[in-house]
Design a protein around this ligand. Sequence first.
Ligand code: COA
Length: 386
Amino acid sequence: MRKVAVIGVGCTSFGEKWETSFRNLFVEAGALALEDAGLSGEQIDEMFVGNMSAGRFVEQEHVGALIADYAGLATNHIPSTRVEAACASGGLAFRQAVTAVASGMADIVVAAGVEKMTDVGTGVSVDALAGAADREWEGFAGATFPGLYAMIATDYMHRYGLTREQLAGVAVKNHRNGAKNPRAQFRSEITVDTVINSSLVADPLRLFDCSPITDGAAAVIVAPLERAREFTDTPIRVLGSGQATDTISLHDRRDICTLDATMVAGERAFHAAGVERTQIDMIEVHDCFTIAELCAIEDLGFCAKGQAGILTEEGVTALDGDLPVNPSGGLKACGHPVGATGIKQIYEIITQLRGEATGRQIDGEIGMTHNVGGTGATVVCHILGV
Ligand code: COA
């Protein structure tokens, strides 16, 4: 297998982007990534596009071909493939691109993610997102994503004594980071009181415990490491990749507070990279709800079960802490255009490792991403290093 590096990145701002179409969101991110790598479209060999539900959100299917066409690549007839694994679609698109380059099947490959969620009302969005869980056993019984994660939060608080304030601390920290990120959907700092007094969504989760509904796109370009310096002075190596699945229904899990797929995907990524947890300088984790960030930190093995709330309270996961988590603002404050989130996580870690994260820069040489589909039925982790 060949070694792989990221040679270019691009990301739109995240938010309610009424002025931009689904296809133009992708074109903007793709053009930024090409410009960053100093490439022209003709040099692209292949493309993987993470997208969860364009059919429900903008009534558009056949996204791989559409994106290739509107990126101006249709006449080159490059392979362009839509990748779908719910909210892990972006991370999985990146893994497909890395695999294509590592195997020698292609040299210059785009991994992108795009979602336009705000053209429909919240009810339609929430229902489309519920398709990432088990429609027959969860969705039809009325379980929404906030509802499913609320069950995790309730069980977790009962078993581990997590306080309402500690849970709110995740959102406070991520809004603080998001306020420093020019691409973030929410750029305002909040307090614990903001979270605790916001409207109840699914007990105990309140509005500020939830990631929002978001439009956005991100793209990264990968190449063989041995060719990377043809395109950039700062190639970032893909050190390890791990993917795992689990039962699609939450009620079939061994333990609803532990995402086994996170444990396995993380372990696979660490093993592939030959890296210890103590070497990780920063992580972007899938904080679709505040409780999800705490579970991720624990299930990736950075602390014992039940301890992540205390770490957050003590500032360990803050930008200036020993283990900064979600420097971008995470899904909570940066926003969560579901198919694009996994690529945005890669974008953030690359930006950090290049030393280009002005205002939220962390010193470090190795970063990690953790992208979840559903309540943990698919998890994709990557480790990246200078
Ligand atoms: N955090 C903070 N503020 C939020 C927010 C969030 N998650 N979502 C919306 N807001 C703000 C809006 O900016 C708006 O503020 P304004 O009145 O000052 O303009 C206000 O709250 C109302 O926004 P609206 O879009 O009407 O919210 P909503 O009630 O329709 O939707 C949720 C709120 C929580 C239901 C929705 O964001 C949601 O479903 N989130 C979860 C998404 C999800 O499940 N993703 C997949 C996870 S795996």
